[in-house]
Design a protein around this ligand. Structure first.
Ligand code: ASP
Length: 353
């Protein structure tokens, strides 16, 4: 997972005066996305360029931030999150760990595109080594839009990151007034402002008008309680890909991945992670060659039962539980990078995190 740490500039947005000293000190790390997007006119909410507005401008659009936190800002990247890269994940995770290890920082906010936000959030949930709040936020409308949602989402994310109740809850996503756990949250709409849900389980809490409330807590271990480490000594990310099962699917994708020396395959199966018999045959052959096979579902809610739709014990498959295929891929990559490779060891990881 080695990645050079980008050279970063910290710009203090508020100086620490006696009036503001008691405010939480929050580092805002900007990575791009629609929240930093701009379109030619204010009514254009789909034909815009993501990640073109700098973090200074994002913060300047929310003057009320000065009343809730002492904010320092860094431009870690300026990408459309559809292009999120493994090297950038490494940079981001390492930078967050460095910041949170400092007594000068009480919490971190990451601005991100919505497209892969749930993947980055879960990666950080599994690899950040601090119980200080880390809150991701985003926007569905570019910064230039009428009723842009980014400024309020950013303000709410900073408020959550500075709130003592958010400590120890793992990585959070503050979006459209709701607070979600990184493990549960998924993007569920291509266009609606209320684009994120935590299917089956619901949001952890809410943030409104400066008030933060949690309605439940996070049960599974996260952040400091995982074996996953992303640092400058980390090995290269293992090749793990997702294949989908559907009517008439061929085994071409699985065979091509095995030829490319894939280390793990997550299957976005039908229903309870069921797999077309043609693909299943190819996956059994891949498993026999040492490729880790994880069954998840393309359905979007619910969980995949072990030895339910497939005889996992006999086939050497692992089941993803409630993780969607893309989050299952994140966990599988981290587990393989940590040297866990057998179906038994991997199943334990999926049952735990
Ligand atoms: N394509 C954009 C991104 O993920 C979408 C968004 O941010 O809403 O960066």
């Amino acid at each position: 997972m080695a990645a050079a740490c980008a050279s970063l500039t910290i710009a203090a947005m508020n100086t620490s005066t006696s009036a503001t000293r008691a405010l939480p000190r929050i580092a805002v790390l900007a990575t791009g996305g629609t929240i930093a997007g701009a379109a030619p006119d204010a009514t254009n909410t789909s034909g815009y360029q993501a990640g073109v507005v700098g973090v200074g401008q994002l913060l300047a659009a929310v003057p009320s931030l000065a009343a809730v936190a002492n904010v320092q800002a860094e431009q870690v990247a300026s990408v459309d999150s559809k292009d999120m890269a493994l090297a950038l994940w490494s940079t981001l995770a390492q930078r967050i760990n460095t910041l949170l290890a400092s007594d000068e920082v009480d919490g971190v906010v990451v601005t991100h595109g919505t497209d892969t936000l749930e993947e980055t959030a879960y990666l950080l949930h599994l690899s950040v080594k601090s119980d200080k709040p880390v809150v991701l936020t985003a926007a569905m409308r570019p910064s230039s839009a009428l009723s842009a949602d980014g400024p309020l989402n950013l303000l709410n994310a900073v408020i959550v990151a500075g709130n003592a109740k958010a400590r120890g809850q793992g990585v959070l996503v503050a979006f459209n007034n709701r607070i979600h756990s990184a493990r549960d949250v998924v993007k569920t709409s291509t266009y609606a402002v209320d684009a994120f849900q935590s299917p089956e389980i619901g949001a952890l809490g809410w943030v409104q008008d400066g008030r933060v409330e949690f309605q439940r807590s996070v049960v599974r271990p996260h952040t400091g309680a995982t074996p996953f480490v992303i640092d400058s000594n980390s090995a290269a990310w293992p090749l793990v890909e997702v294949v989908t099962s559907y009517a008439g699917v061929s085994r071409v994708a699985v065979d091509a991945l095995v030829s490319a020396s894939v280390k793990g395959i997550v299957v976005a199966g039908t229903g309870n992670g069921s797999i077309h018999s043609t693909v299943q045959t190819a996956l059994v052959e891949a498993a026999a060659k040492g490729v880790a096979i994880v069954r998840s579902s393309r359905v979007g809610s619910g969980h995949v039962m072990r030895n339910g739709a497939a005889a996992d014990d006999a086939l050497g498959f692992v089941t993803a539980g409630a993780l969607n295929p893309y989050k299952a891929r994140v966990l599988l990559m981290l587990a393989l990078a940590a040297g866990l490779t057998t179906p038994v060891a991997l199943q334990q990881i999926f049952d735990t995190f």
